[in-house]
Write a protein that binds this ligand. Structure first.
Ligand code: BG6
Length: 491
């Protein structure tokens, strides 16, 4: 059987500015929350107060050490800032149709609350978009990917403060006016469901030390502001360009019940709803009944302005994008069950699935299940904007240069692409495209390691920021190029 994908299928790869771009103190960029990120952040959300204290100390230490690249690896990322021409040429060589990137908010509005944008920052992205255009690659832009300006976090509690909607909209208007002619696909918030799991990197909640019992209310108040902001951004983008499409982006944490015990099945369903509640709100434009019930039962009171719900209803998203790395097992009673790590969660280990060095389990069938679930639920086009495998790798000599024999990546992608094919042709799912995470090696979000490598391109940099930052094509580079060339038929 050949696996030719739909004619206009968008093959590509994904990155995020805070993990990839570097140049954190160049071109007038301000500090973002990510520039203070050390590996022990966001570890135990339950102990919220303690974490907040640790975080404040970290931020002070980070600000006092602006030249430290070793402990703050997101400051250098992969140095796309100085390598963008070479990187985009490599993507062009692979035949990319689409490149997912984010625009660092603090490069455009260094503090977040200025009236005027930073022209030098705007010029950097002018150059990036022009370079992409040269190779016929269309950008897929995440407006906010875990990188709120630090000043908004320190002075306003960022998303908890309603004024952040206005600051965000200044940013949105600036980038849409400037780059709208290049960008047809926009995503408002990366993994919109994740603030409850890591509130600081996503929501910038630093200024106040909220009481732990207020945690849920603080998160949902901040989420409410993001929902309104997302709807206003969608409105603005559509007004400027009726053909542009705006998507939500969720972490597709596909939960399986560990056993047929109805209590395990119920647990899986409840967990699914706890991530779907965010995309349900953005797709249907209203809070789902089960989320309103949670607000009521947990005494959560959301402050709203009179038109908020109308705005959310009037401007829902056009498509659903998501990250998918693995499925996860859950059980009503987890005592004596082995657990393993996943994308921002810990789950019961599934005995049927292989596990990576970081504990993440590979499950291509879970991708097909996820696609079907989402399409049946929303009946809107889907876009896979993150999927991949983090691996430790070694450069080996290859004639006059070096390469990496990353067969594990190739096997992972092959199986996941077949699952996508089945979802499209057997299950009738409308899938717009696929951007692997990450097309070029970058700094890991969860562990802040460079050695957790996802790319088709190896970046010579270690976990301490040491290396030449030279780029090398891996074996998967040539494999993916061939998949794109044949539109999947070479699978
Ligand atoms: C997603 C994020 O959660 O997973 C990315 O959107 C992140 O920013 C990716 O990098 C992979 O996770 P990690 O922790 O391996 O980098």
């Amino acid at each position: 059987m050949t696996h030719t994908f739909p004619k206009d299928f968008l093959w590509g790869g994904a990155t995020a500015a805070n993990q990839f771009e570097g140049g954190f103190n160049q071109g007038g960029k301000g500090w973002s929350v990510a520039d203070c990120a050390r590996s022990h952040l966001d570890t135990d959300v339950k102990d919220y107060k303690k974490q907040n204290e640790v975080l404040m100390k970290d931020v002070e230490e980070a600000l006092a050490n602006p030249d430290d690249m070793d402990h703050y690896p997101k400051r250098h990322g992969s140095e796309f800032y100085s390598h963008y021409k070479e990187d985009i040429a490599l993507l062009g060589e692979m035949g990319f149709k689409v490149f997912r990137m984010s625009i660092a908010w603090s490069r455009i509005y260094p503090q977040g609350d200025e009236d005027q944008p930073n022209e030098e920052g705007l010029q950097f992205y002018d150059a990036v978009f022009q370079e992409l255009q040269k190779y016929g690659i269309q950008p897929l832009v995440t407006i906010s990917h875990y990188e709120p300006p630090l000043h908004l976090a320190l002075e306003y509690n960022c998303w908890h403060d309603r004024r952040t909607i206005g600051f965000f909209m200044n940013f949105v208007r600036t980038i849409v006016d400037r780059y709208g002619r290049y960008v047809k696909y926009w995503l408002t918030f990366n993994e919109v469901d994740s603030m409850i799991r890591h509130p600081f990197t996503t929501g910038g909640l630093i200024k106040d030390r909220f009481a732990p019992e207020k945690f849920e209310e603080v998160i949902f108040q901040s989420m409410h502001h993001q929902f309104v902001a997302s709807a206003l951004a969608t409105k603005y983008i559509h007004e400027k360009d009726p053909d542009a499409k705006v998507g939500c982006m969720l972490t597709k944490l596909t939960y399986y019940p560990y056993s047929p015990n109805p209590l395990d099945v119920l647990e899986a369903q409840q967990r699914m709803r706890s991530t779907y509640c965010y995309s349900d709100t953005q797709v249907f434009g209203e809070y789902p009944a089960y989320l309103l019930a949670r607000f009521k039962n947990h005494g959560i009171r959301i402050q709203m302005e009179p038109d908020d719900l109308k705005i959310m209803k009037a401007y829902p998203v056009d498509f659903i994008s998501f990250s998918y790395y693995s499925s996860s097992c859950v059980a009503h009673h987890t005592d004596n069950l082995e657990t393993t790590a996943g994308n921002t969660i810990t789950a019961v280990k599934n005995p049927y699935l292989p596990t990576s060095e970081w504990g993440w389990q590979s499950d291509p069938t879970g991708l097909r299940i996820s696609l079907v679930d989402l399409y049946d639920r929303y009946r809107k086009p889907l876009f896979i904007v993150e999927n991949g495998l983090g691996e430790k790798e070694t450069l080996v000599k290859d004639g006059d240069t070096y390469t990496v024999n990353d067969d594990a990546h190739i096997a992972y992608y092959r199986d996941h692409f077949k699952a996508m094919y089945d979802a499209i042709y057997e299950d009738g799912v409308q899938l717009l495209g696929y951007t692997s995470w990450a097309c070029i090696d970058l700094v890991s979000e969860s562990t802040k390691q460079m050695s957790k490598r996802y790319g088709f391109v190896y970046v010579d940099c270690d976990d301490h920021g040491k290396g030449t930052f030279n780029r090398y094509r891996k074996k998967s580079f040539y494999w993916y190029k061939h998949i794109i060339e044949t539109n999947g038929a070479a699978l």
